[in-house]
Design a binder for this molecule. Structure first.
Ligand code: NAD
Ligand code: UFG
Length: 337
């Protein structure tokens, strides 16, 4: 089976390409490398001993998409390509709607034209807004608090409407909680541009001595230690979830939606403590103001994915921190070295 992976050079995409190749799938990638490096693709090829057919193109480029579907015999698409920084989305909303929403519509139109109607879509726990209770189940109310979240919600709505109109589609909407960590080889991992926005990539830079101290965004939340709680999930577990979703689509699943999380939350301070064990160093931090838009607690009920996909996250917080640090230690400048 041949899978088109949009955004396959990115953080989650590269880990998913690796699992796909190891499971015997053929992989075609389209990525404009706006937030990634071709080096990630090369390393996945090296780790698996298999080739990826790579197209350096934009999903907004319809001609390029048509060409790929014309040449390659695509059976299904895993759609990661898009912009993902919440803060940036507030500064440049049009760019986010264009790339995420218009880019997805472009892709869907070309898929429809070529009668490729199997799609796995990267959604996010952000579509639950500020949930009234935890753990979060798939049927909880949906809302968005920023343009990035709104793009995910809009795309989900488009996919639901598309499926209502044409039951020939098989669509898996995967709502990721907080992916962290890296492949255990330390060859591929997360390589954010500039100063990281997300907690664990930031901690990794402090552990390497590149940044001075961790800013803890608020310690007055209604949680045991006052800091925010999230459902951190190892990126390799997440990648495997995509294989399970593809398997399910191939049985004509229709439209399905799953939370991909571990079901357990860790606070910011707990993550710092676990990371200290992984890097065997004390990590300095200061408590600063809350970050606007952050919620106190988010963690998943992922039992639906277990029941219907046979998937559950098996890697614990020790492995997440160990693999994050191993990647950062081996690649202090990410892929650019
Ligand atoms: P990433 O930025 O590492 O990967 C996205 C990839 O898409 C990059 O390689 C980038 O170059 C590519 N891309 C961006 N715009 C493109 C365009 N117009 N045409 C072609 N390629 C383009 O991000 P990631 O963390 O791997 O996230 C993958 C997906 O998962 C995204 O859709 C993101 O919104 C979603 N997601 C991520 C998280 C997270 O915390 N990382 C959480 C929930 C959902
Ligand atoms: N945090 C800090 N200091 C930092 C960065 C984060 O204290 O330097 C805290 C945040 O306040 C939050 C927790 O660490 O309590 C996690 O923050 P992240 O930025 O790592 O992750 P978020 O939960 O805010 O958001 C991430 C992605 C979103 C996605 C969401 C759910 O950035 O795009 O996970 O998948 F929607």
């Amino acid at each position: 089976m041949r899978i088109l992976v949009t955004g396959g050079a990115g953080y989650i995409g590269s880990h998913t390409c690796l699992e796909l190749l190891n499971d015997g799938y053929e992989v075609v990638v389209i990525d404009n490398l706006s937030n990634s490096s071709i080096e990630a693709i090369k390393r996945v090829e090296k780790l698996t001993g298999k080739n990826i057919k790579f197209y350096e193109n934009d999903i907004l480029d319809t001609e390029a998409l048509l060409k790929i579907f014309d040449i390659e015999n695509i059976d299904a698409v895993i759609h990661f390509a898009g912009l993902k920084a919440v803060g940036e989305s507030c500064m440049m909303p049009l760019q986010y709607f264009k790339v995420n929403v218009t880019g997805t519509i472009n892709l869907l139109e070309v898929m429809e034209k070529y009668k490729v109607k199997n799609l796995v879509f990267s959604s996010s726990a952000t579509v639950y807004g500020d949930p009234a209770t935890v753990p979060i189940k798939e049927d909880f109310p949906l809302s968005a608090t920023n343009p990035y979240g709104r793009t995910k919600l809009m795309i989900e709505d488009i996919l639901r409407d598309l499926y209502r109109a044409d039951k020939g589609w098989n669509i898996a909407i995967l709502r990721y909680f907080n992916p962290i960590g890296a492949h255990e080889s330390g060859e591929i991992g997360e390589d954010p541009n500039g100063i990281p926005n997300n907690l664990v990539p930031y901690i990794a830079k402090v552990a390497m001595g590149e940044l001075k101290e961790i800013n803890v965004f608020g310690d007055n939340y209604d949680t045991a230690d006052g800091t925010g709680i999230r459902d951190f999930i190892h990126v390799v577990d997440l990648a495997i979830g995509h294989i399970k979703a593809i398997e399910r689509l191939m049985k004509n699943s229709g439209l399905v939606t799953y939370n991909l999380g571990t079901g357990r939350g860790y606070s910011v301070l707990e993550i710092i403590q676990n990371y200290e064990k992984a890097c065997n160093k004390k990590l300095p931090y200061v408590v600063v103001d809350r970050r606007p838009g952050d919620i106190a607690v988010s963690y998943a009920d992922s039992s639906k994915a277990y029941e219907e996909l046979g998937w559950k996250a098996v890697r614990g917080i020790d492995e997440m921190c160990r693999d994050s640090y191993n990647w950062q230690y081996k690649n202090p400048k990410g892929y650019s070295e």
